[in-house]
Design a protein around this ligand. Structure first.
Ligand SMILES: Cc1cc2nc3c(=O)[nH]c(=O)nc-3n(C[C@H](O)[C@H](O)[C@H](O)COP(=O)(O)OP(=O)(O)OC[C@H]3O[C@@H](n4cnc5c(N)ncnc54)[C@H](O)[C@@H]3O)c2cc1C
Length: 294
């Protein structure tokens, strides 16, 4: 990898051999060869061309709240959306940069009295990561409120993808085919700000009651199979509280694996395999990871 060239084209932050445990909610992960925070679309495009010319592996990172980075790290470039954190609100139209934190967006919606996204309260991450994962609850996904998304494609072109071309399903969206999501536009409803706040509090209370959200994790590890709860299957397979090193299957919610200290990615992967094996043996159900493993 031509590191000198990279340093020349980037004004934003560039770090070498950067520990990924500093950039994930799991607090797990070896070093990335290069970690960059491009300042704008121009820089992003230059990085794209460099990646393509030199065939460098890359990964686009939001807040790292849905990923597990392996212990031997990532031999390539991690591209962070950190500097794409704009927010523009014009009446009911809310346009957020992909790197904007969901928590910041929600506080702004309370202030402006805009309703729709209350179910996101307590979900960490950025707007871009949430769009790509169609983050939400079992009933709702962020995709239902998205009007259009500004993306950069693999030829470096910046385009708007309108609602009719966006397809969202449970924890999934047809957005991985683009290089980078830069802006997400929502259409929300006018509402009394106090009511919006109360609904968010309610969602957050519910989440805190059933999920260990204050612990180091990546949220739910597996997707719920249609009509079933992954957490219940794991619990009924007798795996609640099982440990490997400092990785623990949560006592509060069995679909969470917690890093209780200095857990390694290999410990988490071991528990994931055990869960898949046992659940399949007992219920003939294949659990599919929700988290992205890199
Ligand atoms: C305690 C806890 C609770 C959680 N609860 C929930 C929940 O209730 N519901 C739920 O759905 N999720 C939940 N999650 C998972 C996670 O918070 C969401 O999936 C979140 O939306 C991920 O956003 P992120 O910015 O952290 O994305 P990351 O984890 O950084 O990335 C996720 C994916 O999005 C891609 N990506 C991110 N930004 C961009 C971009 N700008 N352009 C292109 N690709 C991009 C990444 O490449 C990756 O594939 C929880 C996680 C934790 C730790």
């Amino acid at each position: 990898m031509d590191l000198e060239r990279l340093k020349k084209i980037i004004k934003g932050m560039v770090k070498f051999n950067e520990p990924m445990k500093n950039h994930t909610s799991f607090h797990i992960g070896g070093d990335a060869t290069v970690y960059v925070e491009p300042k704008n679309l121009e820089e992003l495009k230059k990085i794209l061309f460099l990646i393509q010319e030199e065939a460098i592996p890359f990964f686009v990172l939001g807040a790292g709240s849905n990923i597990l980075v392996r212990d031997n790290g990532f031999d390539g470039i991690i591209i962070s959306s950190e500097n794409f954190a704009s927010l523009e609100i014009k009446k009911n139209k809310v346009t957020a940069g992909s790197g904007l934190k969901l928590s910041f967006l929600l506080v702004s919606l309370i202030k402006k009295g805009l309703s729709g996204l209350e179910f996101l309260a307590g979900i960490p991450g950025t707007v871009g990561g949430a769009a790509l994962m169609n983050a939400g609850s079992e009933e709702e996904g962020i995709g239902n409120f998205i009007e259009k998304i500004e993306i950069m494609d693999f030829s470096g072109k910046v385009k708007n993808i309108p609602k009719r071309k966006l397809k969202f399903s449970y924890r999934n969206a047809n957005l991985s085919k683009y290089f980078f999501l830069s802006k997400i536009e929502f259409n929300l409803k006018d509402e009394d700000g106090n009511l919006v706040k109360e609904r968010m509090r309610k969602s957050l209370r519910k989440k805190k009651r059933y999920q260990p959200i204050e612990k180091h994790s990546a949220g739910c590890i597996f997707k719920n199979p249609p009509g079933l709860s992954a957490g219940k299957l794991i619990e009924d397979a007798g795996l609640k509280g099982k440990k490997k090193g400092n990785a623990v299957i949560s006592e509060k919610h069995s679909n969470y694996i917690i890093n209780s200290g200095k857990a390694k990615a290999k410990d988490v992967l071991f528990l994931m395999e055990k869960i898949q094996e046992k659940v399949y043996k007992k219920f003939q159900v294949k659990l599919e990871p929700e988290i992205k493993i890199i």
